[in-house]
Write a protein that binds this ligand. Structure first.
Ligand code: SF4
Length: 351
């Protein structure tokens, strides 16, 4: 698989996203064409993953560049595009040009409606509309990974989790990936709000990856309830029933290994591995005072559960970690912004 990029930034403004504050900047079409030509000269039907935050914002230009380089079907392409880009006319063009997998972000059943073409629809209505759209995508593109985020402030009660389970039933061919909300330093404007409210927990950098832990205290859940619901939903997504239905829905897909990829992903660290981890964490939230205090924001002392985990992951490199490497200031962004504001105010006052 080769990796390339056709643009930076994104025109949408999902406030938890690192790319929401980066203006959309397409890269030169000539550069894209020369890269594709080069690969085609070296390999037969290369697999190419587009790493644009949101592929195809300038859809016609981008597809025109691909079509200028080679006849349809010369490449296998994989791309992360929002559902708003994956309209039926666009899907037809993508199918013709060899797109084999797309990874749209749906994110939440209670927001982000613009990017998923669901407008102001919420909850159940949004599930129905998005499921129909995902099934439409699957009639043109053989593989779709749908991305979700849980723990947003709009989430409350069982619905965000139960609706994702319903989506698994209504769009059985999709592979859902659920991230837990994380605030990465200065990456998104919303982080200032979380830091102002004292909701960001100082998990070591090792765990800031969207799935090991949620480093923002949820607004509407206690931790045990949150992890109970997350665990239940993940178990549903990666149950043998759901895996079997995903396989059946992908019958006849090409390349033939694509449907198998779903089974492998479900049975490895992404599926079963996460369930195992959440089960352990849920147990510790009941039984381990260090975990309870850290997750409640009552101490910054890293629980042994986490340090043991890091030791296991990095092996001999543990001894090489510099003093204090496990600690950072989770509110550094807020402090820097306040200091910057004071400087700006001072300059304005003296001017
Ligand atoms: S559409 Fe995707 S890339 Fe764009 S701001 Fe939203 S989450 Fe980020």
């Amino acid at each position: 698989m080769f990796h390339t990029i056709g643009s930076l930034g994104c025109p949408y403004t999902c406030n938890f996203c690192i790319d929401s504050v980066v203006p959309h900047q397409p890269l030169g079409l000539d550069l894209i064409k020369s890269d594709l030509k080069f690969l085609l000269g070296k390999f037969k039907k290369p697999n190419i993953g587009w790493h644009d935050p949101n592929f195809g914002v300038r859809f016609d230009e981008c597809m025109g560049a691909i079509e200028d380089v080679a006849p349809p079907g010369s490449f296998n392409f994989f791309a992360e595009s929002s559902l708003s880009i994956l309209t039926e006319p666009h899907l037809k063009t993508m199918q013709k040009n060899g797109f084999k997998a797309v990874l749209p972000g749906i994110e939440s059943w209670y927001g982000m409606g613009d990017k998923s073409r669901s407008g102001k629809l919420m909850g159940m209505e949004k599930v129905q509309k998005v499921s129909d759209h995902v099934n439409l995508v699957l009639s043109y593109i053989p593989y779709i990974q749908t991305n979700f985020v849980v723990g947003l402030d709009t989430d409350e009660g069982p619905d965000p989790f139960e609706l994702t389970k319903l989506f698994v039933d209504l769009a059985p061919g999709a592979f859902p990936v659920v991230s837990v909300l994380q605030a990465f330093g200065q990456a998104a404007p919303l982080n200032l709000e979380y830091q102002s409210a004292g909701r960001v927990l100082p998990f070591p950098f090792h765990f800031l990856n969207n799935y090991h832990v949620m480093n923002v205290m949820p607004r509407n859940y206690e931790w045990p309830e949150f992890y109970d619901r997350l665990l239940d939903m993940q178990s549903y997504i990666f149950s043998w029933r759901a895996i079997r239905r995903r396989l059946v829905a992908a019958r006849g897909a090409r390349p033939v290994w694509l449907p198998l990829l779903n089974v492998i992903r479900a049975r490895c660290s992404e599926g079963v591995g996460r369930i195992r981890h959440y089960t352990k964490l849920r147990e510790l939230l009941d039984t381990d005072p260090q975990v309870q205090q850290f997750w409640a924001g009552e101490t910054t002392e890293i629980p042994e559960f986490l340090t043991d985990w890091i030791k296991k992951d990095i092996g001999v490199f543990w001894d090489w970690l510099p003093e204090g490497a496990l600690y950072h200031d989770p509110n550094a962004y807020l402090k820097t912004s306040s200091e910057l504001r004071q400087v700006e105010d001072g300059v304005a006052a003296s001017g």
